[in-house]
Write a protein that binds this ligand. Structure first.
Ligand code: NDP
Ligand code: HSE
Length: 436
């Protein structure tokens, strides 16, 4: 089948990331979508500018209308930002019957009601997963995964730049402006970074979350918004002494009297998971009446994390063209004729590190014997703890942490270790994953 041709408006951080992800994962994405997604045309103001992506095979244009008006282009991805030109381009794309994907939270928060109404009239999709919390699929969670719930509240760290600044100030004692400059260099910040540090970006995102969570129109002008610019390193230290972390939160809550919509700094007890969300990471807690509190965590900004959400939206749209109408998302996510025959590995072939606990006789040479068996099986030891026997006991607990090794090597070593006369009980193992 022919590829689906898409047009990108904008080839900066998010546009470039999207090109890279589509190129690198073409096979997987095609297997999921049912058709290849081909970036046919891309708009940029300056085609000579250095980019994070290759542009071979892409028709680069300096007039954004060329992308929107191109009859070959079925999906327009708006990755420019702002609410003037972006709005005009999106509305025109919809008018021409094209589906739209956007990462632009300002556009959706301010003009989403109008855009969605036009899209419904035209029967086209407008997808905006990347607009909230970067790579975290929180829109999908609220719109699909939690539809059985009455959502009571949503609270989250939803601006990566702000969290990056707060973490840099706290952990490295750096000053505000210095960390902001780094966030800009990393592509996290908005074109106008005041949107990040004054809470405007978080308010855009909260507007969208609240609309989807509670079934209310988008009402950006009703969000109470405070930024992070007045916080000092001392505030962060004092809060820590009191057992809290300071985080910039967006909070939306249904109360009997109405809906709270607020963005501001908050002290959070240090033991809460949200208090430990660092750097550019975002996290959103959603409290549903049936499920209880649920937590979604991931990178909140940056080229490829955001592209991950943009591409997911592109795949959703392409599935409209490819899937049987009753099952737009294939039951197993991939198209049925594109399932892979990759083998599932037996546990013996899996490689992890291990915590090993042994019970051994308190006699010389035992530790050396065990270490030799491990070495013979090329299992290297990261740490050993030898404990005193408990009162009335003759045997010693001996604990090893190993480096990564295949399970079958450990099985072979374990059999030899358990056969040593000084070893008094079967070796107990717990696999260790650093999840890095
Ligand atoms: P960039 O500034 O990196 O890229 C913007 C692109 O749009 C560039 O190609 C630029 O042209 C073009 N552009 C910028 N301003 C204008 C303008 N006034 N008129 C015409 N073209 C313009 O931005 P990002 O990729 O970071 O952001 C794009 C969108 O994605 C924004 O809506 C942003 O809020 C959103 N977003 C960004 C995230 C991030 O981590 N950066 C995360 C989630 C969403 P040129 O290439 O010539 O400079
Ligand atoms: N500037 C935004 C942030 C980009 O830092 O969170 C992601 O929406």
């Amino acid at each position: 089948m022919h590829p689906v041709k898409i047009g990108l408006l904008g080839l900066g951080t998010v546009g470039g990331g999207t090109v890279n992800v589509l190129a690198r994962n073409t096979r997987e994405i095609t297997r999921r979508a049912g058709r290849e997604i081909q970036v046919a045309k891309a708009f940029t103001r300056d085609p000579e500018k250095p980019r994070i992506c290759g542009t071979e095979g892409i028709d680069l244009v300096t007039d954004p209308w060329e992308v929107v008006e191109d009859p070959e282009i079925a999906i327009v991805a708006e990755l420019i930002g702002g609410t003037s030109l972006a709005k005009e381009l999106v509305l025109r794309a919809i008018e021409l019957g094209k589906h739209v994907v956007t990462a632009n939270k300002a556009l959706i928060a301010l003009h989403g009601n109008e855009i969605f109404s036009r899209a419904s009239e035209q029967g086209v999709m407008v997808a905006f997963e990347a607009a909230v919390a970067g790579g975290i699929p929180i829109i999908k969670v609220l719109r699909e995964g939690l539809t059985g719930n009455r959502i009571e509240w949503v609270a989250g760290i939803i601006n990566g730049t702000g969290n990056f600044i707060l973490t840099g100030m706290r952990d490295q004692g750096r000053v505000f402006d210095d960390v902001l400059t780094e966030a800009q260099a990393l592509g996290y910040a908005e074109a106008n970074p005041a949107f990040d540090v004054e809470g405007i970006d978080a308010a855009h995102k909260l507007t969208i979350l609240a609309a989807i969570a509670f079934g209310i129109p988008l009402q950006y002008d009703k969000v109470y918004t405070e930024g992070i610019t007045r916080i000092t390193p001392e505030d962060i230290r004092y809060a820590q002494e009191l057992g809290y972390q300071i985080k910039h939160l967006g909070i939306a809550r249904q109360t009997p009297d109405g809906i709270e919509l607020r963005v501001h700094l908050c002290l959070i007890p240090a033991r809460r998971l949200l208090a430990n969300v660092e750097g550019v990471m975002n996290a959103v807690v959603v409290k549903g009446d049936a499920v209880g509190p649920t937590l979604y965590y991931g990178p909140g900004a940056g080229a490829e994390p955001t592209a991950s959400a943009v591409v997911a939206d592109l795949v959703d749209v392409v599935r409209v063209f490819t899937a049987d109408p009753g099952n737009r998302v294939p039951h197993l996510a991939f198209q049925p004729d594109a399932l892979s025959d990759l083998p599932v590995l037996p546990i013996s072939e899996i490689e992890t590190a291990y915590y090993l606990r042994l019970k051994v006789a308190d006699q010389p040479g035992v530790l050396a014997d065990i270490a030799r068996i491990l070495a013979d099986h090329e299992i290297s030891i990261e740490a050993v703890i030898q404990k005193e026997p408990q009162e009335g006991q003759m045997d010693l607990p001996l604990i090893f942490l190993t480096h990564k090794v295949k399970e079958k090597a450990l099985d072979a070593a374990a059999a030899k270790i358990e056969a040593l006369p000084a070893v008094k009980a079967p070796l107990y193992r717990i696999r260790l994953e650093t999840l890095e």
